[in-house]
Design a protein around this ligand. Structure first.
Ligand code: T3D
Length: 260
């Protein structure tokens, strides 16, 4: 069905692999469209309870394909391309109702960095490398990077990483709070899947509401945040998983959450 990505269902986890390994999974028009479609499919089907985004081969994603016709050469009007290729995709990723984990297996640059930052959690191979890349070729940060990065590392560091476009490693990314965990390259996929499976066994409705609370309340007033918590707790309190969670606690056993 897809030519530039792989879409696998592994139990209750969906694993999406960017699959243009010869160019470190650079994003061309087709890849952008297929990736958008894959996230839409996850949402529409409603069966996946966690999603992993990773790259085939040695790279995660090197950003915009710089050899793509239309990108090469000065004087390009890029607003529509950014809106159509990146803005829709990043918004779709951010609103995905289940946990989304980036397994960053190698080079992660430009809009590829944006894809990783739009995920909820980021795990990286110890030999992964990151760069904002945009300013190095005379462009500005897009695909949400200017929004996400400053929230993770602070405004000063985000500016430094954007202006210099320096390449930095997984350890530094972890130190800066960009990635959650670093694994041996051979263990990355297995560990990411194990973590995704753990989340897939959790109370899916509460996870979705928690994601919305954490993101929305980060930019709310305290009173708005408290009121939103009350409303979402009302929804969580009505789920079967809440009943099961309490019952399992009382019976001193592990809960069996059904995601509803
Ligand atoms: O149109 C619009 O909407 C504008 C939007 C733009 C959004 C953006 O993403 S702008 C930023 C675009 N990305 C970059 O500028 C990153 C370019 N790549 C690099 O800086 C480096 O490749 C990396 C730091 C990512 C990795 O370095 P390294 O030394 O490990 O690998 P390499 O040798 O540079 O690359 C390996 C191959 O991938 C190589 O091909 P070859 O020589 O083996 O045939 C290289 O040309 C290719 N490649 C890497 N990045 C891209 C790419 N090919 C096309 N597009 C790329 N972005």
């Amino acid at each position: 069905m897809y030519e530039t990505i792989l879409f696998e269902s592994i139990g209750r986890v969906v694993k999406i692999s960017l699959n243009r390994p010869q160019v470190y999974n650079a994003i061309n028009v087709q890849l952008g469209q297929e990736l958008y479609d894959a996230f839409k499919r996850v949402e529409t089907e409603g069966t996946a309870r966690a999603v992993i985004l990773t790259g085939a081969g040695r790279g995660f994603c090197s950003g915009q394909d710089l050899t793509d016709a239309g990108t090469v050469g000065a004087g390009a009007h890029l607003a529509d391309s950014v809106r159509e290729r990146y803005n829709l995709l990043i918004s779709k990723m951010r609103s995905l109702p289940v946990p989304l984990i980036a397994a960053v297996n190698g080079a992660c640059a430009g809009a590829g960095f944006g894809l990783a930052l739009a995920c909820d959690l980021r795990f990286a191979a110890a030999d992964a490398k990151f760069t904002m890349a945009f300013n190095k070729i005379g462009l500005v940060p897009d695909s949400g990077t200017s929004y996400f990065l400053s929230r993770l590392v602070g405004v000063g560091k985000a500016l430094e990483l954007a202006w210099t476009a320096d390449v930095f490693g997984a350890e530094e990314a972890e130190r800066l709070g960009i990635v959650n965990r670093v694994f041996n390259p051979e263990a990355l996929q297995e560990q990411s899947l194990a973590f995704a499976e753990r989340l897939a066994e959790g109370p899916t409705v509460a996870y979705r509401l928690t994601k919305e609370l954490i993101y929305d309340n980060a930019v709310s007033s305290l009173s708005e945040a408290l009121e939103r918590e009350a409303r979402y707790q009302d929804v969580a309190g009505m789920t079967e998983d809440f009943r099961e969670g309490v019952q399992a606690f009382v019976e001193k056993r592990s809960p069996l959450f059904r995601g509803r």
